[in-house]
Design a protein around this ligand. Structure first.
Ligand SMILES: NC(=O)c1ccc[n+]([C@@H]2O[C@H](COP(=O)([O-])OP(=O)(O)OC[C@H]3O[C@@H](n4cnc5c(N)ncnc54)[C@H](OP(=O)(O)O)[C@@H]3O)[C@@H](O)[C@H]2O)c1
Length: 302
């Protein structure tokens, strides 16, 4: 492996630097090269002309896109925004990456599947999203693949951090004020800590451009094991006394967008290609709960 700092000797363009995953990437990518971090104000993915302008101005060798329209329920009524940001923008980014001779790293979701299976989904499994969010993310994946750009599309699931809006933060807040929390117990997936996802991304990128380019494609990046939301909540609140987590069926917690009842991603292809796998989700949850500080929200430097 090259010395990490020499891995990318032209700018690394990071998008979505204030998001849950983006903040963690902003903390680890500087070890690989000079990072130009953009939040929504610096680059609005809904504006294709702005995407082209920023990529051409920065002239990166690597683009890491952690930005997305992630409001799964709101997407049902904001289809245009969801498809613009999750569907079209990744295609524009990919075209610009190709033009700049850059590698694109992009993230997608288990919500591209309908969850009708009961065995983990590999990359070849047929997609069938149940929600606008899932359909918009699938469109983004397909636009990247169709562009012919050198790209890694990393599907993951149930993303959490100690910051931002996510299930872990919600459970911890609810536990401060309630004696009982009712949580869905008939949807199964894998929780994934943003720091582990960011570190795994940086670890493979540390090999440099030709290594990544030779391995371009679609991968499932996920911790091991599986859980229901209720089991995840019980693990988060394991050390909190005085609060009971009660399992309920999905029909007792209706949401605007349908979720796949089963979204476990099989990460075998990732492990075989890059030579490492993420630990079990319980191990990562413990590390997250014990971690000292979350990374600060980076200032956008573009
Ligand atoms: N969260 C999950 O459970 C989950 C599960 C599977 C896959 N993923 C995927 O993982 C990736 C990272 O997700 P995350 O949880 O870190 O998301 P997040 O915390 O919601 O962050 C997304 C970031 O994208 C930014 N953004 C939204 N619209 C934008 C636009 N038009 N232009 C530029 N930036 C925009 C947001 O900015 P603002 O703060 O200004 O809105 C936010 O900083 C995404 O690709 C997501 O689809 C997430």
């Amino acid at each position: 492996m090259k010395s990490p700092r020499a891995a990318w000797n032209a700018p690394i363009l990071l998008l979505g630097s204030r998001g849950q995953l983006g903040r963690e990437l902003a903390a680890v990518l500087p070890a690989l090269g000079n990072v130009v971090a953009c939040d929504r104000a610096a680059l609005d993915l809904a504006d294709p002309a702005m995407i082209s302008k920023v990529v051409r101005d920065v002239a990166p060798r690597l683009i890491v896109n952690a930005a997305a329209y992630t409001a799964v329920d709101r997407a049902e009524t904001e289809q245009q925004a969801a498809f613009a940001i999750n569907g079209r923008a990744p295609g524009v980014l990919a075209e610009e990456a190709k033009r700049a001779d850059a590698v694109l790293v992009h993230y997608s979701t288990d919500y591209v599947f309908d969850g009708a299976r009961r065995t983990p989904y590999d990359e070849a499994a047929p997609t069938h999203p149940l929600s606008v969010y899932g359909a918009s993310k699938l469109e983004g994946e397909q636009a990247i693949a169709a562009s012919g750009a050198l790209a890694l599309t990393l599907r993951t699931s149930w993303v959490y951090a100690r910051h931002g809006q996510n299930f872990l933060v919600t459970m911890q807040k609810l536990a401060d004020s309630r004696k009982e929390i009712r949580v869905v117990d008939d949807q199964t997936g894998v929780p994934n800590w943003t720091r582990a996802l960011a570190e795994a991304t940086a670890r493979l990128l540390a090999h440099g451009k030709s290594y990544v380019a030779e391995r371009a494609g679609l991968y499932h990046l996920s911790a091991g094991g599986q859980a229901t939301w209720c089991e995840f909540a019980q693990a988060i609140l394991r050390d909190r006394t005085g609060v009971r987590v009660t399992p309920i069926p999905t029909r007792e917690y209706p949401t605007a967008a349908a979720r796949p009842p089963y979204g476990v991603l099989d990460a075998t292809r990732f492990a075989r290609t890059f030579g490492f796998a993420l630990p079990e989700w319980q191990t990562l949850l413990q590390r997250c709960l014990q971690a000292d500080e979350e990374p600060p929200t980076p200032a956008a430097v573009h």
